[in-house]
Design a binder for this molecule. Sequence first.
Ligand SMILES: [Zn+2]
Length: 126
Amino acid sequence: MNQRPTLEELMDLIVEHAESQEHFHQLDNPTYVKRGLNPHCGDEIELQLIVEERIVTEASYRGTGCLMSRGAASLLCERIIGQSIDEIKNHETSVLVGFDSSGFSIHRQFCARLAASILKEAVSQS
Ligand SMILES: [Zn+2]
């Protein structure tokens, strides 16, 4: 991406991901299962990962939440497949999710960061 997407373009991408069911499912025998809550909005997301030799080979999420939290969770799942646990531990949440949420309201930033925060917590002891 050469140009920074506008907030409107970002929101379109997030909505598209929130509506997609691609990463919204249960994995068989996940290596990591971690649930998190965003009390500011009521979003509740559970992340599931399959990790082989410290590389994420599958990622999915479940739960209920607003468009922003679900779209960000889906984007996160798509981006982290193929990444190593060490890369994930070293990256900021905005890098993990693939977009900078700082242009959004504080309320929406909590939603945007929820899945990446859960991911960070899930791998923190690894
Ligand atoms: Zn939310």
